[in-house]
Design a protein. Structure first.
Length: 277
């Protein structure tokens, strides 16, 4: 009976916390002047809301990454049909018969096969425009590049790789799509947690200056809580735009300004401390 009572108490308490955070979420959107009450929230509730804000910022990144995975899966099948027979042995790329260097481009991938040394790594990098994924078998190594994340493997690391095993690797992306989505979301959420923390800390520094100018006595921790909740609306708006591929110029600056404005609306309700006579 004690266990049952404990479970009921736990769920009731958890439900109360969620309801309170939902009310504060609504206030952050509709009644920012009521946000001053978040100053008294305990660290556990602040941490839960911090996870929520990071979750919001993860969604557009996840949508974009899923689109990249889908495009790669589709175009990878097209690229696989063009790959000549080869193997890597004795630290060299060896083809079954003489092959001319070529470049094959789809909507998402630009594939370069150059065993003859006609192109350099700089040439391949210059070919990459926008969000294209680059795969290049050059004379001295394999070059693989996601947007802004280049990786170069020397053939000493790839001895034993064949065209058949490489094609299987490309085609396996489709079969592991669900697992990749979960892994991708987890990685992106961890990155978003770090970026959200840094953004909130930096915004809190500006918020502290604003609180001093307006004559409100708030310490860093109290300002941090207010800034976190004040960032809800701009984070939702920017995430909504990014989810549809719309990337406004200076979106970080816009988000910071709106956050500080909502923060100001909240602290404006705090009475100034009375001057001691």
């Amino acid at each position: 009976m004690l266990i049952i009572h404990f479970k009921k108490s736990y769920f009731i308490k958890s439900g109360e916390i969620i309801i309170q955070l939902i009310h504060l979420f609504k206030d952050s959107l509709l009644h920012p002047e009521k946000l001053v009450q978040v100053i008294t929230l305990k660290k556990g509730k602040i941490f839960l809301y911090f996870l929520f804000i990071a979750f919001i910022t993860t969604i557009p990144l996840w949508i974009q990454s899923n689109q990249t995975i889908d495009d790669f899966s589709r175009d990878g099948q097209i690229i696989a049909e063009s790959i000549p027979s080869f193997k890597i042995e004795n630290n060299q790329l060896v083809t079954a018969e003489p092959v001319k260097s070529y470049i094959y481009q789809t909507d998402s991938i630009i594939f370069t096969f150059d065993p003859n040394g006609e192109r350099t790594l700089d040439d391949v990098e210059q070919d990459l425009i926008g969000n294209l994924i680059g795969i290049a078998f050059l004379e001295d190594g394999l070059y693989f590049s996601l947007p802004d994340y280049p990786i170069h493997f020397s053939y000493t690391q790839l001895n034993g790789l064949t065209s058949a095993s490489f094609i299987d690797l490309i085609l396996s992306v489709d079969s592991f799509g669900g697992i990749l989505q979960i892994i991708t979301f987890t990685i992106l959420w961890l990155v978003s947690l770090l970026l959200t923390f840094l953004y909130t800390v930096l915004s809190t520094l500006f918020a502290n200056i604003l609180s001093m100018i307006t004559g409100k006595q708030l310490n860093f921790g109290e300002s941090f809580k207010l800034v976190l909740f004040a960032s809800t609306l701009p984070n939702l708006f920017i995430a909504f735009l990014n989810s549809f591929g719309l990337i406004p110029s200076f979106q970080v600056e816009i988000k910071t300004i709106v956050t500080l404005f909502i923060y100001y609306l909240a602290i404006r309700t705090i009475p100034k401390p009375k001057k001691q006579s």
